[in-house]
Design a protein around this ligand. Structure first.
Ligand SMILES: *Cc1c(COP(=O)(O)O)cnc(C)c1O
Length: 220
């Protein structure tokens, strides 16, 4: 019941055109089922094994979002299951996903992760790398992926104005790349977590990824 109340509260703060991904990593299947039973269908996982285990036993209409750092040797576990992979941070990973999708005769939806934060620990491509990727039409080398947009994380423990600025930078980049890339499916801007999602929505997010608020603290 606790989880269902949290979702009801959250839903009041999220406009209908913004997708809510319930980040269920490190939480049990029972927690996901509670959220599922009040209508949630988008769930986020960060580890290939955990995703595989959960997807096997939970309803098939769940849209699984892969949001963790993905090693190339785990790609084959994730590609057949994932609705959207948010965390593509290198061309090498993009190539591995493309090859795996081709082998499985499918098109894999991905977001490119952008490094907008100050912390050195955060993954992601640089703004320059991404701009070059699209202006040189590099994406044509990956016919079995659909690049559906961008993902980013703000600096941990930043103040409000810095976080806002980082999200604003990402939104501006998104619009610029959308203009260059001009594919109709390039329309997702994944930004905002428990501590900063209201700001992210104000700055143009189309998809928030929220774990702690819904499911409580994770036990690692
Ligand atoms: C874990 C995680 C989240 C959820 O974070 P909360 O603070 O628990 O809402 C969102 N995005 C990514 C990429 C994550 O790894």
């Amino acid at each position: 019941m606790e989880i269902q109340n949290k979702i009801a509260t959250l839903r009041q703060q999220i406009p209908p055109n913004v997708r809510l991904v319930c980040v269920s990593k490190f939480h049990p299947e029972t927690a996901i089922t509670e959220a599922y039973n009040v209508g949630e269908r988008d769930f986020g996982e960060s580890r290939a094994q955990e995703l595989t285990r959960k997807a096997a036993v939970l309803p098939h209409d769940i849209r699984w979002h892969f949001i963790g750092s993905l090693q190339t040797n785990k790609v084959k576990m994730v590609v057949p299951i994932a609705y959207l992979i948010h965390s593509v941070d290198s061309e090498k990973l993009l190539a591995a996903i493309n090859n795996c999708a081709a082998e499985n005769n499918l098109t894999c939806n991905v977001l490119l992760e952008v490094h907008i934060a100050q912390d050195i620990t955060k993954h992601g491509c640089s703004v320059e790398e991404l701009t070059t990727f699209f202006t040189t039409e590099k994406w044509k080398e990956f016919p079995n992926v659909h690049i559906c947009g961008l993902m980013g994380m703000g600096t941990l423990d930043a103040n409000e104005s810095q976080t806002r600025q980082e999200f604003n930078t990402l939104h501006t980049l998104f619009l610029k790349l959308k203009n260059i890339f001009a594919q109709t499916y390039f329309n997702e801007l994944s930004m905002g977590m428990t501590h900063d999602f209201p700001l992210a929505i104000e700055e143009g997010s189309t998809c928030v990824r929220i774990g702690t608020f819904i499911f409580g603290e994770r036990q690692y």
